[in-house]
Design a protein around this ligand. Sequence first.
Ligand code: GCU
Length: 702
Amino acid sequence: MSDAAARPGPAAEPVDVHPAWLPPAAFRAVGSRRALVCGAGTLVGTVRDELAQACARYGGTVAWRPGPGPVDGTGDVDLVLALTAATPLPAPVAEVAAQCRRHHGAGALGAEGFALARTGDVTVVLAEEPAGLLHGLFHVVRLGESAFGAARGPERHRPAMRLRMLDHWDNVDVHPVMGQVERGYAGGSIFWRDGSPRGDPARVRDYGRLLAACGVNAVSANNVNVHATEARLLTDRLGDVAAIADVLRPYGIRVHLSVTFAAPVVLGGLPTADPLDAGVRAWWAATTRQVYDRIPDFGGYVVKADSEGQSGPFTYGRSHADGANLLADTLAPFRGVVHWRAFVYDHRQDWRDRSTDRARAAFDHFAPHDGRFAPNVVLQVKHGPMDFQAREPVSPVLAAMPATRLAVEVQVTQEYTGQQRHVCYLAPWWSEVLRFAPWGDHRTVAALAAGDAGEGGGLVGVSNAGDDPFWTGHPLAQANLYAFGRLAWDPRLDPAAVLDEWIGLTFPPGPASGHDLVRRTLHEMMDGSWRTYERYTAPLGVGFMVRPGHHYGPDVDGYEYTPWGTYHFADRDGVGVDRTRASGTGFTGQYPQPWRDVYESLDRCPDELLLFFHHVPYGHVLHDGSTVIQHIYNTHFAGAEEVAALRRRWDRLDGLLDPGLHTRVRERLDEQVRCAEEWRDQVNAYFFRKSGVPDARGRRIP
Ligand code: GCU
């Protein structure tokens, strides 16, 4: 039996880690208050410690009343954070509690919610559970001085989604092709290094703190592609996972684990992993019990089954419902969940076969099983039918399974969106997905993920963080991590407002002037950066065109004759994938109305998805009046120019920001400029050579 204590792992070298959105100055407003914390428990202790640190720096004071009864200083406070159970509540808090009860009934704040009010000279945060108090504290931090100004509330704040999880595609061993972190662009893993725990609990703690401060409440600590060593985290290396859970617990973050479906064979020595086999069921039940013995608040399993070479129930002639329910049954007594991924498709497709359509696969595999999944199965569905492209339609699976708990999966790590070398603020993209109305009415994707009363599968993101001193490689990619948490908490938030919050916290106004310029410049650079990225890469929703394997930079035909099912079908006459019912793969038929007809129709299909759904001649005229070929030229010239402008804007901030951060971003912008020009030239040259149609504006195409 080996565990974390037995194998400490290599010690990480000390580095100056960037504080991201929690620099000390973000706590200036709360740190100068006379604060009182009422309540007990680990997370209440975290609240108190956070305040104590801030007060030590900014001159405030903190009193703590863990149990009933008065304590010195409770009469003279201007910030109170209290649990409803911490009776007798100080007068202003009791009043807020009474108002909450009157308006919303008892229990209305839930496990993580809080009420915020400003009455008289006191700011009150009230929560029913300790996690709510912690979220309330970070909300006050976000508000800064404005939390201590005019009277307000009581406002009720509750997360829209109960599960707000980041999946780490971190390997324990360094994988020969994928490295320490699969699709990781921020150095190594926060958790693992060279086969062992990374040995830096302080870093893990800081990570948990950042996540709690933006609203994330769960983390899966290892890659969905479960290699030999990661598999053992479930059994003889469980101690390594428990150590992570111990560090993240004070920030209200639960740990989940990716497991291999073949575990009974590869770990248990059984002859089969058949989900209906009694021995297999007993093995999972016993193994899961041991996990909970060690980690009582363990979140559950994440499973990538029958996908890209991972084992699954198909091997045994069983369905995905059989497979998922097996694990769900073993987790249910402990209130754990299984996140079962819907990313199942044929990755050994014959490119000559036009009838097979990868976009159809998830729906074809899963929709027929709606209603057959146990209540603690969360079907984790990538937001689009393909694979985290810069533009895809919303996955039709999300509208097809009303009797299944669904989670929407987005990719915070920028595999297909510039790999954290390009500025690409993704919140506008996620927001579009979350606001999408699959039936054209009030029901949105966000509402599906939230479920009735927050009981849905929630939002899952593939983390973009690593052991890089800036956390995310590109310092501006921190905004994506922050925005993920904020949108999971409240999907209605405006992405520009979320960016504004992130800017305000990360680059707090200091003694040096120029804060307005920083704020303005970052908005100019980031608000529209996803659309800029879209302009200079694959056109009109067709996707891919990236270099196979590492997926960085242009390669128009890179995937065209491969088994991966990601084609654009460009020839001398036209481009795009015919996914219509009339003449193509029939994928449009997987959508409910109105979209099945909107996408089917060449006239009504939105331009940005035209080539996802239709194969059209280069002369096809878009809604904006330009032809497809001219659109390709125009957007590629424009996209590269926009990147050049980003680069120039950044120079304005020289001297206003931390020099290390400024230099890091400048270097990445230089690379983005180079890469965007490469995209422009390769895509334009490719389509000019295929079509023979010159640019109407006579610009140079190599
Ligand atoms: C993409 C990605 C893989 C990853 C997979 C997944 O295909 O390139 O690295 O394993 O998604 O989501 O499972």
